[in-house]
Design a protein around this ligand. Structure first.
Ligand code: NDP
Length: 295
């Protein structure tokens, strides 16, 4: 049996795929763990592992000084916190639900108005990675609160503190997810291209993975260009990328596949050229994204 005497009790609210992984990790780490989920049956497996299944949100929040929430969206988070009522006072609420920076700030203000401490968070991992060295979790809100909870939170994955503003964790989270979706989208388009010619997608990864690794080495240089606002290039201009994109679209037509994932990038490149930036590198696109034409 584990000695749980010095371990901070934790409550986990929301036992979907991610919340269950969080609760299991706290249990494995020897923390007395209370759980609550809207659909009560999802607590059963965790109860068999030693968790206390609370009957109500209020009981769950009352059970531990540290309350981790991981549900579908902020609407659900806010309804759950309302239900906790006076029990929130003195609790640390760590909200790991995905949302927008404005939602995080609103919920933080609401919770601190009820004398709870509030940290917002963004989980950079899938459930299977929680508690492994590959996972990291972003946090923002009060530094003192973060430091108090850090030893417990580190169990989930490396805990990265971003600053006082509760909106920072969702901002970084969604920026990182944007980069991920760009990569996944590009990869899925690529495998659709080769599959249309009966080439095995799995075999194709032997070229795609080293290619993406090699290209990721150019990210620091692009980031420097964006920070400096200096998009001169000796790598490739928007003109040359514009010509390349016509070949993408033409190839999609030849293969009879959709070009819809490629179109938005092509449109941005075309806008850059139309606005007089044809000689600039691809980093110019970040400036164009920051100045949408519709605003
Ligand atoms: P699931 O769909 O597996 O679980 C959703 C959870 O939200 C369930 O516990 C569900 O309860 C609860 N819920 C939904 N609506 C309400 C409501 N109105 N009131 C109370 N509870 C509600 O999702 P995940 O666990 O995968 O995701 C949870 C959060 O974690 C999301 O914000 C997601 O973006 C984030 N996340 C998920 C990752 C992943 O890979 N899965 C990765 C990183 C972040 P019930 O069981 O009753 O339906």
């Amino acid at each position: 049996m584990k000695d749980n005497q010095n371990k901070q009790p934790v409550t986990v609210i929301g036992l979907g795929m991610m919340g269950s992984a969080l609760a299991q990790t706290f249990l494995k780490g020897g923390h007395p763990t209370t759980v609550w989920n809207r659909t009560a049956g999802k607590a059963d497996a965790l109860a068999r592992l030693g968790a206390d299944a609370a009957g109500t949100v209020a009981e769950a929040v009352a059970a531990s000084p540290l309350v981790v929430i991981c549900v579908l969206d902020y609407e659900a988070v806010n309804a759950i916190l309302e239900e906790a009522g006076d029990h929130l006072e003195g609790r640390v609420i760590v909200n790991l639900t995905n949302g927008t920076p404005a939602q995080a700030r609103q919920t933080a203000a609401w919770a601190t108005g009820r004398r709870a401490e509030y940290l917002d968070g963004g989980i950079m991992a899938v459930p299977q990675m929680i508690g492994t060295s590959g996972a990291f979790v972003l946090y923002s809100g009060s530094l003192r609160t973060f430091q108090e909870c850090q030893p417990t939170l580190e169990l989930l994955g490396a805990a990265k503190y971003l600053g006082d503003d509760p909106g920072l964790a969702p901002l970084y989270d969604l920026a990182l997810l944007s980069a991920m979706y760009g990569m996944f989208g590009g990869f899925l388009h690529a495998v659709a291209m080769v599959r249309s010619q009966q080439i095995q997608a799995e075999a194709f990864t032997s070229l795609a993975i080293p290619w993406l690794h090699a290209m990721s080495a150019s990210l620091p240089r692009m980031a420097q260009a964006v920070d400096a606002g200096d998009h001169r290039t000796n790598v490739s201009s928007l003109y040359i990328n514009q010509a390349g994109f016509e070949n993408f679209i033409g190839t999609c037509q030849e293969l009879g596949i959709s070009a819809e994932l490629m179109m938005p990038i092509r449109d941005l490149i075309n806008r850059g050229v139309a606005e007089g930036y044809g000689a600039d590198g691809l980093s110019r696109l970040a400036e164009l994204i920051r100045k949408p034409i519709s605003v």
